[in-house]
Design a protein around this ligand. Structure first.
Ligand code: GLA
Length: 383
């Protein structure tokens, strides 16, 4: 991919070489919709992501070429110059957010390409944001912005330029990823711990429902609002509560009269999910993958029935996993489409994949895509 990016950059912007940067997408073992509730998540960077070549061009304009879409866009660096194209808004947003943090971002030429499937719940957008945040920090900011803030630049880009009120998980994983390790992150304090992940005898595999979740941002924002509304009701009696992270089911039940049924269900899921991440951490330390898997199924159930971010295709993939004796399976990421993540014993792997592909095709007329998970490094300079 790097060679192709170099080639396309030279074709569009001339032979003078720029610098090349890469950032990955992510998986998440467990802890979904917990990040913006101040809770825990368990992501890892993957071996798929975005690569960009960038060269300052001495002007105040950015000229960007999206190789995979074969589209070029030019934009300036002030708020008034925001591009209309969605993909270019990510780059523009990162420039603006870096600027707000004191980096004097100047014009540059850039071409980029990616191999994270778009809209599949593997955070292609975080990969794009992290690539440019990392690059701009180095090219225009003398690396004065630390890695935590770089992750927040990506998150703020989503909030302020894309319209998704996301948490910090995806950008954090994309910046802090480490080959072979998952990261347990406390999304309130941003304390994190690397967990070497090499489950002997098991594979981690994603099955992509090929339902794109691209139009899900308003539903995502609505879930977040439900959580915040519930917190506001709980705060009446417990003023020190800041997030659902601070709440028990008892506290939620005390406030039940002030919380509508939907917001109650959403909050119940989140409170339980935060605990599941802690349970999985303990189980992983003991090498107890049966418990890890059981928690994954519980998460799927909660995401499907309480948080209501699954869909028929994902529920079906989850059922197939159960029938095939897969240790753990659940919808991964924000939901509304995308992938299930599956923890499967080596000896069941090929039967699971073959059976599920066929059954899914018979039911929905298309095959799910299969991605074996390889845990890779976070944002970096390649050349
Ligand atoms: C999306 C968001 C994350 C997180 C997940 C759900 O990926 O970008 O911040 O909320 O959904 O866990």
């Amino acid at each position: 991919m790097k060679t192709e990016v170099r080639k396309q950059f030279a074709k569009h912007f001339g032979q003078d070489k720029g610098s090349v940067y890469a950032s990955p997408g992510r998986v998440n073992l467990i802890g979904e919709h917990t990040d913006y509730n101040g809770g825990f998540v368990f992501p890892g960077a993957i071996d798929k992501g975005m690569i960009a070549e960038i060269r300052p061009n001495g002007t105040d304009k950015v000229k960007a070429y999206a190789i995979d879409l074969d589209e070029s866009v030019e934009f300036g660096l002030t708020e008034a110059d925001a591009p209309k194209e969605q993909w270019a808004r990510y780059i523009f947003g990162v420039c603006r957010e870096m600027n707000k943090r004191g980096v004097d971002v100047k014009g540059f030429d850039t071409a980029f390409s990616g191999d994270v499937p778009l809209g599949a719940g593997m955070s292609s957008s975080a990969a794009l944001e992290s690539t440019y945040a990392f690059a701009i920090n180095e090219l225009f900011g003398e690396n004065k912005i630390d890695k935590f803030e770089l992750a927040k630049v990506g998150q703020a880009t989503e909030h302020n330029y894309v319209g998704v009120n996301c948490g910090i998980m995806d950008q954090f994983a994309s910046i802090f990823g480490k080959e072979g390790s998952l990261i347990r992150l406390d999304c309130r304090s941003l304390e994190y711990e690397y967990f070497p992940f090499d489950p002997k005898g098991y594979k981690l595999v994603l099955l992509d429902s090929v339902v794109k979740h691209e139009l899900a941002s308003s539903a995502y924002n609505k879930r977040r609002e439900s959580c915040e509304t519930a917190v506001a009701a709980i705060q009446k009696k417990h003023p020190n509560v800041e997030f659902l992270r601070d709440c028990t089911m008892e506290m939620l039940n005390e406030a039940k009269a002030d919380i509508n049924d939907e917001d109650y269900m959403r909050s119940e899921y989140v409170i339980e999910e935060i605990q599941r991440v802690l349970d999985v951490s303990d189980a992983l330390k003991k090498g107890d993958y049966e418990t890890v898997g059981q928690k994954m199924y519980e998460t799927h159930h909660g995401m499907s029935k309480l948080y209501e971010v699954s869909c028929d295709e994902l529920d079906y993939l989850n059922d197939c996993a159960k029938k095939c004796g897969v240790t753990g399976s659940r919808v991964m990421g924000g939901g509304f489409g995308g992938c299930t993540i599956n923890l499967v014993k080596d000896e069941l792997y090929s039967d699971f994949i073959t059976t599920t592909k066929k059954a899914f095709k018979d039911k929905f007329g298309k095959e799910p895509k299969v991605y074996d998970v390889v845990i890779g490094d976070g944002a970096r300079k390649l050349a």
